[in-house]
Design a protein around this ligand. Structure first.
Ligand code: COA
Length: 707
């Protein structure tokens, strides 16, 4: 680990530099290196001030998250901070890029702080279900005030260097070279005779009464729905008005409690799963880097419908040049109008500035000439779901583009294998399954066929990274990962429960209370019942499978009750409103359909709704795994939390199954199998794991050998 923290004497200033790629996490070796460097500085008679900086892209991403699963090893970050705060010479932190969590806590323990003008500072611990545990809840209030500190800790979002200067978090913002500015700052300190200024000795800034706490919690209520970490953060911040040593002890106990919480285990599971989802044995990013894959700068999209337009914005947002092609000039005009109105709305909501919007709109050009896409680095076909039309387009693209360029099809229902087979280079064809709205959804399913080359997969994963989306690899199969589990599990069960006696509002509310962003019937009404019906027809045709399950949704489509867009669906909607109002006509319809099927309606408890919907989702997920459609249970968790509204703090359906215990899951599924019949057959994988006393997490450990 030599060189992970370096120490140089620059005249009277000792420069400590953290060099722990990729993100300068404050691992045990870094902490050892820091203590060592500080000791050296203090024992070097010529050193009068200490400057802590980092190399690479960012100051520090904070604590080494993998260490959270183990007992702390000395020196802890708190011990490093105590060494800094008690140092007899002034210690200055100079921040560039990002200072996150423990990284910012390290800087806050320094006596002075500088930040480059482009730097961002944040306390993102809440996104991992933990509270800052290295003095963040005690020093931040002393620097910026208790209410601002609570707000920053609950939001987890970064503040800019300029805002940090304004609120007292940093002392100076460097416009030019950070190292030069920081060295001059240190010299000024020495010249002015300014010595150590431990943050722990700062007077407590401002109180925090119950009304202010309630108001701050309320302002984050939506993001923190179903969560509990915020309560621990409040307790810790409240303790910051106590003497520092007392406050820090309370923080330590609360931080430990947060680390052990189920919420934190779930969120940390997702942190690593999201990063691992795009990784495949033999397909590491290192390999990708070695082979120097071509850069992706220009993207062409075929088809200017809803998906094509959304995808064009996703790429424009990521800074790429986009060419959108459609035969129909009117479709291109409509697409442009949607792009303009979407960006205008982002400007109105202060999400982006007008100049950023203008730049993004400028990046999207349009054409009616297919040949114009020939110089694109990547082409995505996004015309409507018609096998013959898509085949024709892919064939043309295959002849237009050099064979090493990636061609993707955006389909959610058709066989990518069949589409790829229509071209001369099936190895460079894969599916990119975007989710509506394509520019905002975090999920991208990358669909591989048996012919897709590793290079094509690597490129697709890089594309997802450019778009800041979570890429999950799926084999080409009915519904890929997410829709398969939705149709064969979750949504199917929700419809069944309606026939047996529940109402749409009851099903939706029960699942929203469980933690889903939106219940299944509200989702159907939002997306359009006709869209669901069409997709199911295509999908079930693909498999030649009967589809006896979606009788209500399909009947609503027949009746023209397409959802929000027609003002009626599973619910009714007042003109211009998205509020889902119960509709007696729908209940009558459900009763009639139940009668036709000899289903005797009964009162159904909310617990049964949740249990059946979630267990059927888990069961379908296990089938997706045993059939090799998804490589890892953790991939399924990423799909469902980033694309289908499953609550992140429960870690995803398969993590949740482990929380319940696979044996318990099996027992409950068997019970429903007995009561409800064949479609509740337990997945073989669940039986296998339960018999072995194992879990999905353990099964994942052997994933590399399977895929
Ligand atoms: N501890 C350990 N590993 C970390 C880490 C941390 N605090 N932060 C990031 N990493 C790892 C990632 O797991 C990833 O590893 P991999 O390449 O083996 O998959 C690698 O660093 C790069 O991270 P990634 O997120 O893929 O890169 P990015 O450039 O998109 O984002 C960050 C970088 C720092 C913005 C992002 O990783 C992040 O937000 N990290 C978490 C910060 C945090 O919550 N800190 C609080 C802890 S106190």
């Amino acid at each position: 680990m030599a060189g992970i923290v370096t120490f140089d004497e620059l005249g009277p200033v000792g420069l400590v530099c953290i060099d722990n790629p990729p993100v300068n996490a404050l691992s045990h070796s870094v902490r050892l290196g820091l203590v060592d460097a500080i000791t050296r500085a203090e024992t070097s008679p010529g050193i009068k001030a200490l400057l802590i900086m980092s190399s690479g892209e960012l100051f520090s991403a904070g604590a080494e998250i993998t260490e959270f699963d183990h007992p702390p090893v000395d020196p802890t970050l708190q011990q490093v901070q105590a060494t800094i705060e008690s140092s007899p010479i002034p210690v200055v932190a100079a921040i560039h890029g990002l200072a996150l969590g423990g990284g910012l806590e390290l800087a806050m323990a320094c006596h002075y702080r500088l930040a480059h003008k482009n730097a961002k500072l944040s306390m993102p611990e809440i996104t991992l279900g933990i509270i800052p545990g290295a003095g963040g809840t005690q020093r931040l209030p002393r620097l910026i005030g208790a209410r601002a500190a609570l707000d920053m800790i609950l939001s987890g979002t970064p503040v800019s260097a300029l805002d940090a200067k304004a609120n007292g978090l940093v002392d100076e913002v460097a416009e030019g070279d950070l190292r030069d500015t920081a060295l001059s700052f240190c010299e000024r300190l020495l010249h002015d005779g300014l010595g150590p200024r431990p943050t722990c000795n700062h007077a407590f800034v401002g109180g925090l009464d119950d009304a202010e706490i309630a108001a701050t919690l309320l302002s984050h209520a939506r993001a923190l729905k179903g969560r509990t970490t915020q309560n621990l953060a409040v307790e810790a911040i409240k303790a910051s008005k106590l003497p520092f040593a007392q406050g820090i002890a309370i923080e330590a106990a609360l931080a430990q409690k947060s680390l052990a919480s189920r919420e934190s285990l779930a969120l940390r599971h997702l942190f690593f799963s999201e990063r691992d989802a795009g990784k495949l044995a033999g397909l590491s990013s290192a390999k990708t880097k070695q082979t120097q894959p071509p850069a992706i700068r220009r993207v062409a999209i075929i088809g200017a419908g809803t998906m094509g337009t959304g995808i064009s914005m996703a790429f424009a947002d990521a800074g790429l040049e986009v060419l959108i092609k459609d035969n129909d000039p009117a479709a291109l005009t409509r697409s442009r109008e949607i792009v303009q109105s979407t960006y205008a709305s982002s400007v109105r909501r202060d999400r982006i500035t007008q100049s950023v919007a203008d730049e993004r709109i400028r990046r999207i050009r349009s054409t009616i000439d297919l040949a114009a896409v020939a110089d694109a680095d990547l082409v995505i076909e996004a015309v409507f779901e018609d096998m013959e039309l898509k085949k024709k387009i892919l064939l043309k693209l295959d002849s237009l583009l050099p064979p090493e360029r990636l061609i993707a099809t955006n389909t959610s229902t058709l066989s990518v294998t069949e589409l790829a087979g229509a071209t001369a280079h099936p190895e460079r064809i894969l599916g990119l399954h975007f989710f509506v709205p394509a520019h905002a959804s975090k999920l991208l399913e990358v669909v591989r066929t048996d012919h897709t080359s590793p290079e094509s997969l690597s490129t697709a994963i890089r594309v997802a990274k450019l778009l800041k989306k979570n890429a999950v690899l799926s084999r080409d199969a009915f519904g890929f990962i997410g829709n398969r589990m939705m149709l064969d599990g979750y949504f199917r069960e929700a419809e069944q429960l309606l026939l047996e006696g529940a109402t749409p509002a009851q099903v939706d509310t029960a699942l929203e209370n469980f933690g889903f962003a939106m219940g299944p019937q509200r989702v159907s009404d939002l997306g359009g019942n006709d869209v669901g019906t069409k997709a199911r027809i295509q999908l079930f045709k693909r498999e030649s499978r009967p589809n006896p399950y979606f009788v209500i949704a399909d009947r609503l489509t027949e009746m023209g009750r397409l959802g929000q867009k027609t003002g009626r669906g599973f619910y009714r909607y007042e003109h211009g409103s998205q509020e889902a109002l119960p509709d007696a006509e729908v209940i009558d319809l459900i009763e009639e359909l139940a009668l036709d099927r000899d289903i005797r309606r009964r009162e159904i408890k909310n617990e049964e709704i949740v249990e059946r919907c979630i267990l059927s989702l888990i069961n379908a997920g296990a089938m997706v795994l045993e059939e090799g459609i998804a490589a890892r249970a953790a991939d399924i968790d990423v799909v469902w939390t980033s694309g289908y509204g499953f609550p992140r703090y429960l870690g995803g359906p398969m993590f949740y199954a482990d929380t319940l215990g696979v044996s318990h899951v099996l027992e409950r599924i068997r019970d429903y199998h007995e009561k409800l019949g064949h479609y509740w057959r337990p997945a073989g994988l669940i039986e296998q794991l339960a018999a072995a006393g194992s879990s999905f997490e353990q099964w994942d450990r052997t994933a590399a050998s399977r895929y």
